[in-house]
Design a binder for this molecule. Structure first.
Ligand code: UGA
Length: 430
């Protein structure tokens, strides 16, 4: 690497903050992490990592000497020019982004020309402009502002950091700060989109909204395939080979989950509405996704009749594999709907049970997959964890009381399920 790397501050040690901090430490930067949560900072100082993400613990361990943890913003301000803001922007009851954590950081920023606030948190388009206005009003007009949205995916976050499809750097004025952010990312050799702040903010929201749209689209195609006898896997393959469409995010299933798509699609729809524009398409994307989560209930009822008293096993709970994140998980809707129908629901997830019980304390989570299969009238694959995809269906058939297997992710080997004497049904596949 040429020359010393720029030290950085990272404010907020949640998901995005820790991955960003670990990623830059891996690139050789000194990283000063700040969080108001004293307990979390203690945990991090002791060498523990409070979230589960593939490779994160090892990366932090490997770069321990370059990673500093503190509850005081002053530590980051004293040691770094670039202060990355990575605090949460959860949805409010109205569905907009809650900017209270961002605003608290903005209030605490130093009033000088030597620092820059680099916004990584996902914020509505227009936030950067308002923050710069606040800075000007508070006499902090010399503080630079850069928007640098994050595109990492849970489960592959570190790899996404190190091999990004692009890096977006938005600034409304030329100056040292956007140059320094570009320089920071230069070892990754990713395509760089240097633009204004509002466009950078919109790129993030539009990307997530487009990906969610792609999923809802293929889910509707899957539903039509079920009516017409076509196979959505074949359709997605044929459609995805068109380079204008691309093969990714065309996997039909029981709906997208996670905090980001759910939050950002709704935030973009409301942002548009608040600006006087009715974003019709996104309303449908959300509605299709909500209905998709519930369609499994109808599938089960078609095979089992009345669901009251039936034993249904959920295979997987997390919103996707390799994470314990339960936010927006389709399993939550499914478990609640099945319970409302009077079914007895049991669930197994390799790592997300603890998180699941925090949001659904009444859910019967069992520690072994066999306990979900035993005596079940039907099982539903909710999360395509490798160990669930690789289940031995002959063994499963012996344990189950009934025969129905609903593959909510089209991830199982349908022939293996059928040859075990079970009844296989996927999403949009014959
Ligand atoms: C998503 C985006 O993919 C990231 O680029 C973005 O940075 C992130 O949100 C964010 O805004 O922080 P993530 O929520 O981690 O990342 O998860 P994805 O891998 O995108 O999956 C989201 C959901 O869509 C999962 O429930 C997954 O099962 C579902 N999905 C995905 C489908 O149903 N079909 C597909 O073809 C792809």
């Amino acid at each position: 690497m040429n020359g010393p790397r720029e030290p950085i501050g990272v404010i907020g040690t949640g998901y995005v903050g820790l991955v960003t901090a670990a990623g830059f430490a891996e690139l050789g930067n000194e990283v000063y992490c700040v969080d108001i949560d004293e307990a979390k900072i203690e945990v991090l100082r002791s060498g523990e990592v409070p979230i589960y993400e593939l490779g994160l613990r090892e990366t932090i361990e490997r770069n321990r000497e370059r990673m500093h943890f503190s509850t005081s913003l002053a530590d980051a301000v004293a040691n770094a020019r670039l202060l990355f803001v990575c605090v949460g922007t959860p949805p409010t009851y109205a569905g907009d982004a809650d900017l209270s954590a961002v605003n608290a950081v903005v209030e605490a920023m130093p009033a000088d020309g030597e620092h820059a606030l680099v916004m990584k948190s996902t914020v509505p388009c227009g936030t950067g402009r308002s923050i710069q206005r606040v800075f000007a009003e508070q006499g902090k007009g010399r503080l630079a502002y850069v928007s640098c949205p994050e595109f990492l995916k849970e489960g592959s976050a570190l790899q996404d950091f190190l091999e990004p499809d692009r890096v977006v750097v938005g600034a409304d004025e030329e100056g040292w700060a956007p140059d320094a952010v570009c320089e920071l990312y230069s070892p990754l050799q990713a395509p760089l989109v240097r633009t204004d702040v509002a466009s950078a903010e919109m790129i993030k929201l539009a990307a997530n909204a487009f990906l969610a749209t792609k999923i809802s689209f293929i889910n509707e195609i899957a539903n039509v395939c079920e009516e017409t006898g076509a196979n959505v896997l074949e359709v997605a393959r044929g459609v995805g080979l068109d380079q204008r469409i691309g093969p990714k995010f065309l996997s039909a299933g029981i709906g997208y989950g996670g905090s980001c798509f759910t939050k950002d699609v709704s935030a973009l729809k409301l942002l548009a509405a608040n600006s006087g524009y009715h974003f019709q398409l996104l309303g449908s994307v959300i509605e299709v996704n909500e209905l998709q989560k519930r369609r499994v209930v109808a599938k089960l009822a078609r095979h089992l009749g009345e669901l009251a008293g039936k034993r249904i096993g959920l295979l997987g709970l997390a919103f996707k594999p390799n994470t314990d994140d339960m936010r927006g998980a389709s399993s939550l809707v499914l478990a609640a709907r099945l319970a409302a129908e009077g079914a007895t629901v049991r669930a197994y997830d390799p790592i997300a049970s603890e998180e699941a019980l925090k949001v659904m304390p009444e859910l019967d989570c069992v520690p072994r997959v066999q306990d979900v299969l035993r005596d079940a009238d039907a099982v539903v694959l909710v999360t395509e964890w490798p160990e669930l995809v690789a289940l031995d269906w002959a063994v499963a058939a012996e344990l189950m009381a009934g025969k129905v297997v609903i593959d909510g992710r089209n991830a199982l080997d349908s022939a293996a399920v059928r040859s075990a004497g079970l009844l296989y049904e996927g999403i949009g596949v014959a």
